[in-house]
Design a protein around this ligand. Structure first.
Ligand code: 0RA
Length: 492
């Protein structure tokens, strides 16, 4: 009779579990974004994020991510091992709950931010639901516990299969070909994401291995300098404007912010931002707080040191020319917004980052006058160049009649006026142009001939580009402008 009670509790929770995982299999996109290659790789990130949480909690130092023959994935960590004790509410081993109950991570342990609570952040049960099979082994209390699943259902209950003298968790899974369009992993995609994870958690050692026959390779990643080293790495092919990577960190209530930055002698702005280790390419509150504070700190310092006249100002864009920066924030209940859910919405983070940068960057500039001077000079040069570019654009417009619609000599235009039906062939040299003109259908095919050495626009500012005799005809022929003013709707 005693067993009846637990048997029925078991049945009830089992039914809930199956309904939950069934929902994942019916609408996988809701849980992992898509069933294309990005979703396939996402499965790995879900598993690894749990290991990173274990590392952030201070119990795990090493993570191994391996692609096996047949494109199965193995992830191993040396953490405490997922708990295996029987949970009171469900009567099931905690390990089983983690792998079969949606969002088990949240209920479990409670409190604190977890990287696994980020974008999608749906946990191991979703990976299990979307795997043809999954095997997990836990090394804990001197034993190896094993459990096996198929498409989310238990096929081998938790069993002790051996002895262990270490602790940790090892998961191997095969993404379900019934769910995923393509089940072949791209090693470089995994490696890039794992490198990011390693930069974001200073000291954590992550090894990636491709064990597929014929493509064997492996990489070890461990960065004791964390995001400082991330910035150094991003700037590796550029010339730094100052020797040191500027680093700051601050904490407020349960949120933490970290920024590392260094200018280089180029013109590009490179900002990588993360919230709970999730990349936020659309930016959001952490980036806004940073940008605002950076602009006001540089202007204030420039005025104070009389580098800028009272009525002179450098714009936000000027302050970010040649800047390489990594922003990482960790917070409870991150809100991801925007088209691709890749923008951080929590307004309190803007306040935290703004206050941190206002205070700490100002101090840094005070203490490092040489670097401060180089940065403010750079922003002032950017400001002047932007002014010059504007003038160049206006004068070229007037001179060449960009507005008048006069086309360059080197363009053999077509008759069609609907740009969606037109083609343009850019050919090198007059003789190539000759044969192209002969062979074209002038109703919808235009020919533009170019010659000589092309300008590297990565290394040039807008005034140089507009003034370039090779590029200018192309800009006019296309009619859509360049850089900030590029507008595809104006394409002719
Ligand atoms: C002890 C307690 C808890 C989790 C873990 C260990 C643990 C989970 C994973 C997932 C992958 N590797 C792991 N290693 C250890 C539960 C406490 C909590 O949820 O915060």
């Amino acid at each position: 009779m005693e067993n009846r009670q637990s048997a029925s509790a078991y049945d009830a929770s089992e039914i809930q579990v199956l309904e939950g995982l069934e929902a994942v299999r019916k609408r996988p996109g809701m849980y992992i974004g898509s069933t294309s290659s990005s979703g396939l790789h996402h499965l790995v990130y879900e598993i690894v994020d749990n290991c990173v949480d274990e590392a952030l909690a201070g119990f795990c130092t090493d993570i191994l991510v391996q692609i096996n023959d047949g494109d199965t994935i193995t992830v191993t960590d040396n953490g405490r091992g997922i708990p295996v004790d029987i949970q009171a509410q469900t009567g099931l081993p905690a390990l089983q709950v983690v792998y079969t109950v949606l969002h088990a991570g949240g209920k479990f342990g409670g409190g604190g931010y977890k990287v696994s609570g980020g974008l999608h952040g749906v946990g191991a049960s979703v990976v299990n639901a979307l795997s043809e099979w999954l095997t997990v082994q836990v090394r804990r209390d001197g034993k190896v516990y094993q459990m096996k699943f198929a498409r989310g259902e238990v096929v081998q209950p938790m069993t002790v299969v051996g002895r262990a003298d270490t602790t940790g968790t090892t998961v191997t899974f095969k993404p379900d070909p019934l769910i995923f369009d393509d089940t072949v992993y791209d090693y470089d995609i995994l490696r890039t994401r794992m490198r990011e994870e390693a930069f974001l958690t200073a000291g954590l050692h992550i090894r990636t291995v491709d064990a597929r026959p014929g493509q064997e390779q492996q990489h070890d990643m461990q960065y004791n300098g964390g995001i400082r080293e991330f910035v150094t790495w991003l700037n590796k092919n550029r010339e730094p404007l100052h020797p040191e990577v500027i680093y700051m960190t601050a904490q407020r209530e349960s949120s933490v912010a970290e920024i590392a930055m260094q200018y280089n002698d180029g013109y590009n702005e490179t900002i990588f931002s993360f919230a709970n280790n999730v990349h936020t390419p659309e930016g959001g509150m952490h980036e806004e707080g940073f940008k605002r504070a950076l602009t006001s700190v540089l202007n204030a310092y420039g005025h104070k040191m009389k580098l800028l006249k009272d009525d002179e100002k450098v714009s936000g864009e000027d302050c970010r020319e040649g800047l390489t920066c990594v922003i990482s924030v960790k917070l409870e209940e991150a809100q991801f917004e925007g088209q691709t859910k890749a923008k951080l919405g929590n307004a309190e983070i803007r306040t935290l980052v703004n206050a941190m940068v206002s205070e700490k960057l100002e101090t840094f500039l005070e203490e490092n006058p040489q670097t401060a001077r180089a940065i403010v000079d750079k922003a002032m040069t950017a400001s002047r160049a932007r002014e010059a570019a504007k003038k160049a654009r206006e004068s070229i417009r007037r001179k060449t009649g960009l507005e008048s619609g006069q086309m360059p000599d080197k363009l053999q235009d077509c008759n069609e006026r609907d740009p969606s039906l037109c083609e343009i062939y850019i050919v090198e040299g007059d003789s190539a142009a000759g044969s192209a003109i002969q062979g074209r259908d002038s109703r919808f095919q235009a020919i533009l001939s170019m010659w000589g050495k092309m300008l590297n626009v990565e290394k040039a500012r807008a005034d140089k580009i507009y003034g370039n005799d090779k590029l200018y005809p192309m800009i006019v022929a296309l009619g859509a402008g360049i850089g900030n003013e590029f507008n595809i709707d104006k394409l002719r």
